[in-house]
Design a protein around this ligand. Sequence first.
Ligand code: NAD
Length: 379
Amino acid sequence: MSSKNFNLAALAGDGIGSEVMREAIKVLRAIEKRFPLQFNITEAPVGWAGIDAAGKALPDTTLELCRKSDSILFGSVGLPDRDPTIPKEERPERAALLRLRKEFGLFANLRPVKLHKQLAHACPLNLDRQAGGIDILVVRELTGGMYFGQPKKTEEIVIADRQDGNLHPVLRAIDTMVYTTPEIERIAHVAFKAAQLRRKKVTSIDKANVLENGVLWRDVVTRVSKEYPDVTVEHMFVDNGAMQLMLKPTQFDVMLCENMFGDILSDEAAALAGSLGMLPSASLGATNGDQTFGFYEPAGGTAPDIAGKNLANPIAQILSVALMLRYSFGQNDAANAIDDAVSKAIASGLRTGDIFNPADPAAKKIGTREMGDAIAAGI
Ligand code: NAD
């Protein structure tokens, strides 16, 4: 059988980036041995590594490489102790991350949160019976809503004092929440399609009892849901959603959220997994034929406190590869093989420091490289 070829840009970035990227590439090479898939992987500098190599957080050659690639595998960027004098807009978090999001029209952010039952100790909730069953995918709209709506400004206005009636200058800040039907339809399709690959349930989050945006969101999601009769849809107010995540997280499969609600709820859900080292993320752009351009990265940052010591958990980066295979390339078997290999490594007791429980007699503390080896061997 001839193999399918994919071009990938691998941008490891700063801190633990290169250590965890190395393990992710190791796992991709193991996938090539088992499946008829081939990955042409080109590595390029980004973040402080980009500034050191070419004077810019996102060097032109790195951007050009991304444009020619089918997807981007990204590590993390930013080192808080490096040169505080560099202007905000040139710092890696802005100049690289936000620039790439904009350049590739990444409108859908997917954050899976899975708590393996062997890692229940790392979950802040004391829900023994449920802990192993937490498996949520937060689908967040990434380019609209309150974060980008216009007008957005702080202005000086004059108001009358309630007591003496005199006029006083005060500052007024304005943010605008705005969504159009196509923006809601587009993200709703992503959520329903993702649910079809999972447990076939979408919980759409809104604030339809107070916000015009919430009413439109609910109407559009209801309409789109009719195209997915195999998926159950329910609607939940965001305040209740935040509460239910703490009370009964096992009830959720896919949570569909607008930008700000998704920002908040995805972090709340992330806490349930116990460690940033377990959390991958995907940001999706345009679909072309049977491929979707995507940007895949761990949810955590560069972890300067443990960088260069073989201590970082590579699982978030490795699971990002599984997301890429599933959501960009439609290779579900290969994606499942990675998920299974991660589960197997965890079930066999292997733990990096962030998920190690000294009270667990079956747990064995290992390093970044050893975890990558075990997962690659399990493919
Ligand atoms: P961080 O996520 O880097 O670290 C927070 C804590 O989580 C640390 O104790 C760290 O050791 C731990 N941690 C994170 N990933 C881990 C892993 N894979 N394995 C084990 N432990 C892990 O957050 P921070 O310290 O606030 O930020 C450090 C730098 O990273 C900052 O410059 C920040 O701007 C940047 N950052 C970048 C991204 C990104 O590139 N998308 C995201 C978040 C933060």
